[in-house]
Design a protein around this ligand. Sequence first.
Ligand code: 5RP
Length: 214
Amino acid sequence: MAIIAPSILSADFARLGDEIKAAEQAGADWIHVDVMDGHFVPNLTFGPPVIAAVRSATKLPFDVHLMIERPELSIPSYAAAGADRITVHAEATVHLHRTIQQIKDLGLPAGVALNPGTPLSVLEHVLGDVDLVLIMTVNPGFGGQAFIEESLNKLRQLRKMLSDRGLDHVHVQVDGGINSTTAKQVVEAGANVLVAGNAVFGERDRAAAIAALR
Ligand SMILES: O=C(CO)[C@H](O)[C@H](O)COP(=O)(O)O
């Protein structure tokens, strides 16, 4: 069964702790934490102090997605703030292999995210080191965008790459434009972790929203 990770980018920031608790009560598996720096993506969200402040709101894992340039400079701060897993963008660090090892050395599962325009080939020599690959199904930066259909081919190719290498245990996560229709499509194409912002926090009944995604 797919892991559902509501993205707090679409939550009410004025009530962030309560929103996270509501997502847990509604049946979420992970809390997806979107960190944006206003440089790598044209939007700015929050950093370690805010994450640390809401960490006690839930026992669910914090799945921290760093949409920031040079993540290697601040990964230890996100770990200290309470990240349970950290995903960096392949496009945002020159030393992807070293950055993955840095996350693993902190005792956390490491993920690599790819923008829609980035080919799977950048994963070729690090695939055996990662716990998760995040296929962005929109261009990162904002919630509420339309799902990019080409992502389905990318997901199928990624699942084949993993299977060919005996790496079926690696999580395949999708993020952007996921709703009850696209959820079915991405799972059929190989995704097993679904990030959803508006499809969860935009709905009054979050439990029904998460059930619909499953
Ligand atoms: O990483 C993100 C944007 O960069 C968000 O997680 C994503 O946009 C979720 O929002 P929605 O499900 O509404 O598309």
